[in-house]
Design a protein around this ligand. Structure first.
Ligand SMILES: [Mg+2]
Ligand SMILES: [Zn+2]
Length: 178
């Protein structure tokens, strides 16, 4: 298969901290709630240096649910794009009832990026903090590293890591073995 290997990074809980709402991990709803993880920039730089193309893939149902504006989402994504070496931030702005093809655990966000950027999914990885991230990766033909959190289980994850930095080292070690 042609194309470049890529790393698909979930956004909330991976690139930026989750915001706890009603005891559940949730998304920042504007810039004042955005906390980019300190390890994200060096971790992504390591991946880029090894030839991985870098993308974010995120479900943002608070937009269709009317809990945040599209403009606020764009402010957050502009800030992430300015801070991190991401080629594209692909977001699903649908809710369950929409039946779209992109809301994780469906693979549509990853498949769309692969088509637009000529990526080799068999050599690509997803890093996520939710079971649906792992399911989405597998449905797209990628492997997945799960960041272990109190709110996830994902028994099907290919790898587990405590932090994004650890996930990156795990991917690069695997790469070296090939
Ligand atoms: Mg997440
Ligand atoms: Zn969608």
């Amino acid at each position: 298969m042609s194309g470049a290997p890529a790393i698909f990074l979930d956004r909330d809980g991976v690139l930026n901290a989750v915001v706890w709402r009603d005891g559940k991990p949730a998304s920042p709803r504007d810039l004042d709630e955005l906390v980019i993880e300190a390890e994200a920039r060096p971790a992504l730089a390591r991946l880029a240096a090894r030839g991985y193309r870098l993308f974010a893939v995120t479900n943002q149902p608070d937009v269709p649910r009317g809990k945040m504006t599209r403009a606020a989402l764009e402010r957050i994504h502009d800030a992430l794009a300015a801070a991190l070496p991401l080629e594209e931030i692909a977001a699903c702005l649908h809710d369950n009832a929409d039946g779209c093809a992109c809301r994780k655990p469906k693979p549509g966000l990853i498949l769309g990026l692969a088509a637009r950027h000529d990526l080799d999914l068999s050599r690509s990885w997803m890093v996520g903090d939710q079971d649906r991230d792992v399911e989405s990766a597998h449905a797209a033909g990628c492997r997945a590293v799960l960041l272990e959190r109190p709110y996830n289980a994902a028994p099907a994850a290919d790898r587990r890591a405590a932090t994004l930095a650890e996930a990156v080292e795990s991917i690069l070690a695997q790469d070296h073995d090939n």
